[in-house]
Design a protein around this ligand. Structure first.
Ligand code: ASP
Length: 611
């Protein structure tokens, strides 16, 4: 028999009772987290989002209530009314904040029963993820998930508060819109009233936020959902949340300050005091030192040890003397067995003929002097792992269209191969070097970085043409404007990424605000005037009506919360996430729709041939 809530007012949160409440009347409402029946005493932990309190039913004190408590099962929803009492010394639980008190129950109302759940919020062992996602409402009752979602709320709030305090307005932009070019596939929404036409869900509010600058709202932000139909990797979700912002008249530094400001607020909320300004690094330097445009500064940079060997040594080792010879140092890995050395080989992804020497000992035996110089130059201690990544001996042709860049394509291949290996080694041996373990010192635990001065274009080897390295609204450097058509390889973009511990948190740019330049960029990207007009005509037109210079950025909220929560998957900080197959297992989406729905839309489904 269920009870009604009736006259009860919520008076206490379950996790909030303290010794100073002893002797007071209290009403607790929540779930039965655990029940221990000792015969004439029944103990129940009542749980709500604030925590648990032990409530006690004593047969001796109140036989009727005690009998009712016998029917309680896991996850029943109850109201327990009684008097707060200090626990006897031998029943104190030092592991929970309410561990010194309990509620002696005088009245029990059973507000709802529960079927035996497929797993319990109080289970110490985690159910498999499919089950957790299917029964997400049970999973979200777990204290870790409650804490993650609370953290997410607090982080969003801190960011909003900070941006509002700096004069930013939060302005909504449409979800039913047209395709924006962030490089992924669009999710499409068919339009019933104009059969055969589609809205696209925004991959980002990019064009709208630029239009808001044209509309005179000179500081915009939005914590906003974006939709990208991509093949999902472990750290991607088809819909995800960005902290999106745009401002008029900024230098990049103004955007960076703003981001540093809201990240400081967000990290403070989570208890970490971070230092600003973040260091800055040119893209070319990031590549030369780390082989990647999102370097993890917690790990040592490479050392180019080409000059440690004699030309004869290099020749004997079949190393290309015109390309970097990179020593990757992973601290404190210790001596590797033969088998362990073999395990390194599959971690190496060779680009452009790059080779790896995973057995530095062997080089040391053959070339003791050169190797000693390598150790010294790389600053390697005896127990550090040293691995070399080099170019193969055959000569490099650099008649590539990007051959004149500071880092040539042939060099880039070596740096990039080494960059991936550096990270893979660090991950593999993280237990040994311990660098990824949190120290409690934010300056060491959170290594932020701005990476700037990216190339404007990337060369697509397949299509033999230049592609925008960022979205095509990114402005080139003013000094490089004249090279747009004559020498696209050398044009730098006014683009920047903010990186944390080797993860890209966000990217942005100063935008093109002149219609003639925007048209030029479309042209440089191989778009005909008609194509540009049909895709972005409205935007090109808007640019002609007095567009202020503007720029902005977008950061992934999910990722920031994930890092702050110390979680290892985005799914741990998104209340209702999708699986790697883009499914919502709880509501069972996506699903087929009825023929009638399709008919309304003037659509049919073509079965893809199975291959
Ligand atoms: N719209 C870009 C993105 O979503 C960010 C930006 O340039 O502001 O990646």
């Amino acid at each position: 028999m269920l009870d009604f809530l009736g006259d009860l007012r919520r008076t206490h949160m379950c996790g909030a009772l303290r010794p100073s409440d002893a002797g007071k009347k209290a009403v607790l409402m929540g779930w039965v987290n655990r029940r221990r029946d000792l015969g004439n005493l029944i103990f129940v932990d009542v749980r709500d989002r604030s925590g648990v309190t032990q409530v006690v039913f004593s047969e001796e004190r109140n036989a009727v209530v005690h009998e009712k408590a016998e029917s309680l099962r896991n996850e029943f929803v109850i109201a327990a009314i009684g008097t707060v009492k200090l626990r006897d010394a031998d029943t104190i639980n030092p592991n929970i904040p309410t561990g010194t008190v309990e509620l002696v129950v005088e009245e029990l109302r059973i507000l709802n029963e529960a079927k035996q759940p497929p797993f319990l919020p109080s289970d110490t062992e985690l159910a498999n993820e499919e089950k957790r996602l299917k029964y997400r409402y049970i999973d979200l009752r777990r204290d870790v998930m409650q804490a993650n979602i609370e953290l997410r709320h607090k982080v969003s709030l801190a960011i909003r508060d900070y941006l509002a305090s700096q004069g930013f307005f939060e302005i909504e932009t449409p979800f039913m819109t047209r395709s924006t070019p962030e490089g992924a596939r669009d999710y499409l929404v068919p339009c019933r009233v104009q059969p055969g036409t589609f809205y696209a869900l925004p991959q980002s509010p990019q064009l709208f936020k630029q239009i808001l600058m044209i509309s005179g709202f000179d500081k915009y932000f939005q914590i906003v959902r974006c939709f990208r139909d991509e093949d999902l990797r472990a750290d991607r979700q088809p819909e995800f949340t960005q902290i999106d912002l745009e401002m008029s008249y900024p230098q990049p530094e103004r955007v960076w300050e703003t981001v540093e400001g809201f990240l400081t607020a967000a990290f403070k909320t989570a208890g970490h005091g971070i230092k600003t300004p973040f260091p800055r690094m040119d893209y070319d330097d990031a590549i030369r030192q780390y082989g990647i445009d999102k370097p993890d500064l917690r790990l040592p940079a490479f050392t180019d040890v080409r000059d440690c060997f004699t030309p004869a040594d290099l020749e004997q080792l079949a190393i290309n003397k015109d390309l970097p010879v990179l020593a990757i140092r992973t601290p404190r890995v210790g001596e590797l067995s033969r088998k362990e050395r073999d395990d390194i080989k599959p971690l190496f992804v060779s680009k452009g003929g790059a080779r790896v020497f995973e057995d530095f000992k062997r080089i040391e035996t053959k070339f003791p002097e050169g190797s000693a110089r390598v150790r010294q130059k790389a600053g390697a201690e005896a127990d550090d792992l040293l691995v070399l990544v080099v170019g193969s001996a055959q000569s490099v042709r650099d008649d590539h269209p990007a051959g004149k860049r500071k880092v040539t394509p042939a060099e880039l291949a070596i740096y990039a191969s080494a960059g991936l290996l550096r990270v893979a080694l660090a991950q593999k041996y993280s237990d040994r070097h311990g660098i990824f373990k949190k120290t409690g010192d934010p300056a060491k635990d959170y290594r932020f970085l701005w990476v700037t001065n990216f190339p404007m274009f990337e060369y697509d080897e397949g299509d033999k043409r230049w592609m925008a390295a960022h979205h095509p609204f990114t402005s080139p450097h003013e000094e490089d404007m004249d090279k747009l058509e004559s020498d696209p390889a050398m044009v730098r973009a006014l683009a920047y990424d903010v990186v944390l511990n080797g993860t890209e948190l966000g990217s942005g740019s100063i935008r093109i605000h002149r219609q003639d330049i925007q048209s030029k960029i479309f042209h440089a990207l191989g778009m005909t005037e008609e194509e540009a007009k049909s895709r972005f005509g409205f935007f090109l037109e808007a640019l002609e009506y007095g567009t202020p210079p503007h720029g902005g950025i977008a950061l992934g909220l999910d990722r920031i919360v994930m890092i702050l929560a110390g979680a290892d998957s985005l799914r741990e900080v998104i209340p209702f996430p999708k699986t790697a197959a883009a499914k919502d297992l709880m509501v069972d989406a996506p699903t087929p729709v009825t023929d009638a729905q399709l008919r309304d839309l003037g659509m049919g489904v073509i079965k893809k041939p199975t291959t």
